[in-house]
Design a protein around this ligand. Structure first.
Ligand code: BGC
Length: 719
């Protein structure tokens, strides 16, 4: 994909001194006032290839300088017109799930099960950021994760490799568009490659233990999909795998990433990850760091200065060959060429019309919200009701944007829940009674009793999630649980709207809430999406992209676990001997789960053939499996129809269920539709212990249903 730029890259490379080559591999933070002149001097000398437009390593939860287009043009001018090489600079920034308009965090967006919608939103993000000179975003984060204690679970797409792959592809295509040189396109970066989501105990920057079997089947698929979608760059991850830091691993960065996945772009390190090779105890000094990372296949170094300080000496002393440097430089140049930077290095800033972006932000927020409980059809509420609105998220704005929203417009641009509720109720009979501080008062029981229903705006702060924000206990704060208890005590029905980043363990609060809407950190229009959902303007249709445990001690709990010896259902169900003696073993809410204000009925799946030959499958034949889905309720609704498989007997132990397809459909009341999946070799095989993709003979169940616990199945045989 990027190989076509090889010749031009080679021509440029030939004109560079060794020092200038190494400069292309050097990424530095954006200059601050005090070092501007010195930075320009460095650019003139060809020492800088790229800037990361941020000032601190855990930028997701810290205030950052806004993008300064004038300054970026000024620096670019120095690179293009005043340096000997004339090679333009590449500007990268963490534009993760939004720029000025913010969309739901990755974990939430995945709950929409709507890759087309996600792609549209990510294209809007690119439009906004690219208009300000951001060439390159450090997104999407596609780490499959079973660890809700890990603060960064919010950034990925949850626990399922298939869902994450579909989303990864959508995000990459959304950011990059059809034409990388276009004004509204931004280079994407698939991160964190690889295994970072498996950090032991959910502690950030920690070790991981990952077999190749798990890597190939569960962790690599979204990266494979991103590469296939043309992702221009990949960020290597902080973690080690089985005692080998990824930053210095040829196995992961070259053999697998390039050899197996076919990646043709360049690899950038994570912030100070090259430096951390010393802390991880595999490098003695700065020169070791540079040598190990570069020879492993890490092309550009983010902020550490080990490459710039050492690579020249390492080449001159013969410790590494200049060819290794050349290879990395060519990869960087190819992406700069592909982006069209040589033709169009500057940006005339222009104002992007955000009207459509904001609309989409509400749409995707609404489609991401998951209704997990709705006793006696309490929701939707009637607009005639008197509503007592309490809870710490009544007034909150910033947290609604989630972690990693560096440039999201706040103030009136991100309405809070109270404003949204009032807007939805404007001109209606009912009204909203709210507590000013969003906390419990002595008289709250009285107030609760004076209203028809209580809505509690609960949640966790954006600063309690994201990078370096891990939690040993993933529950709501005790004062929120107490508020829910008091509300329930009043005898009125209680609705909990939970604005969260991770799948919280809700066992201790769930009994006090008659209805629960997981609203997530849903971005700019999160509050409106939630308020309109509560009053029925939107019919909820999000499905969980990750398992919700009952209590923290159940972690890890994920649906696609391999079978186990004494219970074929692994420990996801309530089986013999697998439970804890002090807790149910099953999840609070399983993967793929979510309620609607209407109901759906599934017919038994039917196949066009009960047997298929292995040769036929490998030659591209499919099994057609279909089911009819009927809206049996009284309103129009959307349903994500899910296809799972279960392999009865294989040469390696296989999961109890694996998602292999989904389709989101809309049905009017009483309407019925047939949903068809064509199941081929790409769905029915797996990577075996030799890391080879194999499809084996035998029986396979095909399930079509509403979540991962469905038992609506038909069995086929591969012969
Ligand atoms: C994070 C990355 C991020 C980088 C640059 C690191 O600490 O792990 O996800 O892109 O910082 O801000």
């Amino acid at each position: 994909m990027y190989e076509k730029f090889e010749k031009r890259a080679e021509e440029i490379l030939c004109t560079l001194t060794l020092k200038e080559k190494i400069g292309q591999l050097n990424q530095v933070p954006q200059p601050v006032a005090g070092n501007l002149e010195e930075t320009k001097e460095r650019i003139r000398r060809g020492e800088i290839g790229s800037f990361i437009l941020c000032n601190s390593p855990t930028a997701g939860n810290e205030e950052q300088q806004a993008v300064m287009v004038d300054l970026l043009n000024e620096l670019q001018k120095v690179a293009v017109e005043e340096s000997r090489t004339g090679i333009p600079l590449l500007y990268g920034r963490d534009v993760i799930h939004g720029h000025h308009t913010v969309y739901p965090i990755g974990l939430a967006a995945a709950c929409s099960f709507d890759p087309e919608l996600v792609k549209k939103c990510y294209h809007c993000i690119a439009k906004e950021a690219a208009s300000e000179s951001v060439h390159w975003t450090f997104s999407p984060m596609i780490d499959v994760c079973h660890e809700p204690r890990w603060g960064r679970i919010i950034e990925g797409q949850g626990e399922d490799p298939y869902l994450a792959s579909r989303m990864a592809e959508a995000m990459v295509k959304g950011f990059q568009g059809e034409d990388l040189t276009a004004d509204d396109s931004m280079l994407a970066c698939a991160k964190h490659y690889v295994g970072y989501g498996a950090s032991e105990g959910g502690r950030d920057y920690f070790r991981t233990e990952i077999s190749d079997y798990t890597l190939f089947n569960s962790i690599l698929p979204p990266f494979r999909a991103a590469v296939k979608a043309g992702v221009a760059t990949v960020m290597s991850s902080f973690n080690d795998i089985n005692g080998q830091p990824v930053t210095s691993s040829k196995k992961y960065l070259t053999d697998i990433l390039r050899g197996e996945l076919g990646f043709e772009g360049f690899v950038v390190s994570d912030w100070t990850a090259v430096h951390q090779l010393m802390k991880q105890g595999v490098a003695r000094n700065s020169a070791d760091c540079a040598r190990l990372a570069l020879t492993a296949g890490l092309d550009m170094e983010m902020t550490d200065n080990h490459y710039i300080a050492n690579l020249e000496n390492l080449v001159l002393s013969g410790e590494i060959s200049e060819e290794v440097v050349d290879l990395a430089v060519k990869r960087v140049l190819k992406i700069k060429i592909a982006k069209g930077l040589f033709e169009k290095p500057y940006k005339e800033p222009y104002k992007v019309d955000r009207t459509e972006h904001i609309k989409l932000s509400e749409k995707i927020a609404a489609e991401s919200m998951v209704l997990v409980k709705n006793e006696d059809n309490l929701l939707p509420l009637s607009k005639d009701m008197k509503v007592a609105l309490y809870g710490p998220f009544t007034y909150e704005r910033r947290a609604l944007q989630g972690s990693w929203a560096l440039d999201g417009y706040l103030g009136a641009s991100t309405p809070n829940f109270l404003e949204a509720m009032n807007e939805v109720m404007a001109g209606q009979k009912g009204h909203i009674h709210h507590s000013y501080e969003g906390v419990l008062h002595d008289d709250c029981t009285y107030i609760f009793s004076q209203n028809d229903v209580i809505v509690l705006a609960l949640g966790e702060s954006h600063a309690a999630t994201g990078e370096a924000r891990c939690s040993a206990d993933i529950v709501l704060a005790p004062n929120q649980v107490e508020m829910a208890r008091k509300a329930k005590q009043s005898g009125k029905k209680v609705v909990g709207v939970i604005f969260c980043g991770r799948p919280l363990a809700l066992e201790n609060i769930e009994p006090y809430l008659d209805a629960i809407l997981i609203a997530w950190h849903g971005g700019t229009r999160c509050a409106h999406a939630a308020a309109k959902t509560i009053f029925g303007e939107y019919n909820p249709c999000g499905k969980t992209s990750v398992t919700f445990v009952r209590k923290t001690g159940q972690i890890p709990l994920y649906y696609n676990i391999t079978k186990s010896g004494r219970n074929v259902d692994g420990y996801y169900g309530e089986g013999y001997a697998q439970n804890y003696i002090d807790s149910l073993g099953s999840p609070m809410y399983p993967f793929g789960y979510g309620l609607s204000y209407t109901s759906f009925e599934y017919s038994a799946p039917e196949v066009d053939k009960a047997t298929i030959s292995l040769d036929g499958l490998l030659a591209g034949e499919n099994v057609r499996v279909a089911a009819k889905i009927k809206n049996t309720g009284e309103r129009t609704g959307k349903e994500t129809v899910q296809l799972y498989i279960r392999d009865h007997v294989a040469s390696c132990m296989r999961p109890i269920r694996e998602l292999k397809g989904f389709e989101k459909i809309e049905l009017a009341a009483g309407e019925e539709k047939e949903v068809v999946f064509n199941v081929g070799a790409e769905s029915l095989g797996f990577y075996n212990f030799e890391n080879k993709y194999v499809v084996e003979k035998g029986h396979i169940d095909l399930f079509i249903g509403e979540n991962c616990l469905t038992n609506n199945l038909v069995t086929i045989e591969i012969v």
